[in-house]
Write a protein that binds this ligand. Structure first.
Ligand SMILES: [Fe+2]
Length: 250
């Protein structure tokens, strides 16, 4: 498998490129509008054709690159079925395996950060990789205090759908704010300060309810934009408009 971990610094988002060596088909998990051209350059470097974009959920902290990538490359757009926007070409169901050439990507329903969030698990023959989106982060987890977040549901998703994966499974999160790249299921089970070391559901819910996090600065335009696969709504504030105003020649 061809694998690249790509970063968008304004929202500290990781985008993942997974490609098949034999068919040269690829997917991008959680592409960001701001870095679409960087992603296209990486696809060119790797001589890959973008088959599909794969969002983990309707993001609140950035606009998805899905619509723009489809406009430029003709790729398909895949979303989790429970809240798939109308513009999605593929609606993934829990347990469904989405094949990109020889790379099988399993969709895993993991609500809690939002009610429709999916993680994606890939077995490349040597390693198991879990793309955990905003469910499980390194030494942290996604917030549960907006959109359709639910701390108890997040705890259940992590314990029942992620901590049941083999210990050596690599954890690739949707964000990291401290320059970390990868963890493992064993490491998160043992030392994640919110969930590891046998923290109970009640301890976790109390901790999440006490976080008192700031209002996400892009949520008011990112959520409506992402319900259209990352189209810019007309009310994107001036300081965030640059990636919306680029006109594409295809
Ligand atoms: Fe999110």
């Amino acid at each position: 498998m061809i694998f690249r971990q790509l970063f968008e610094p304004d929202s500290s988002t990781y985008t993942y490129l997974l490609g098949c060596r034999r068919t040269r088909q690829a997917v991008l998990i959680d592409p960001v509008l701001d870095t679409v051209h960087r992603d296209l350059e990486v696809l060119r470097e790797e001589q890959l054709t973008l088959a599909c974009t794969l969002d983990t959920h309707i993001h609140a902290d950035h606009l998805s690159g899905a619509a723009k990538l489809k406009a430029i490359t003709g790729c398909c757009i895949a979303y989790p079925e429970p809240e798939a926007p109308e513009c999605a070409d593929v609606r993934l169901r829990d347990g469904q395996v989405f094949d990109v050439g020889d790379v099988p990507i399993e969709a895993v329903f993991a609500p809690g950060h939002t009610s429709h969030h999916f993680c994606y698990v890939v077995d490349d023959g040597t390693h198991k990789l879990a793309f955990t989106g905003d469910v499980l982060l390194i030494d942290a987890c996604g917030r549960t205090d907006f959109q359709s977040g639910d701390a108890a549901a997040l705890y259940k998703s992590i314990h029942e759908r992620l901590f049941t994966l083999p210990d050596e499974t690599l954890v690739y999160p949707g964000h990291d704010y401290e320059g970390r790249f990868v963890s493992s299921i064993a490491q998160e089970k043992k030392r994640n300060p919110r969930l590891g070391g046998g923290k109970t559901l009640d301890e976790f819910v109390a901790l999440m309810n006490a976080l008192d996090l700031p209002y996400p600065r892009k949520i008011d335009f990112a959520v409506p934009g992402n319900r259209q696969c990352g189209q810019c709504p007309p009310d994107v504030p001036e300081q965030y408009r640059a990636p919306c105003d680029t006109h594409e020649q295809g």
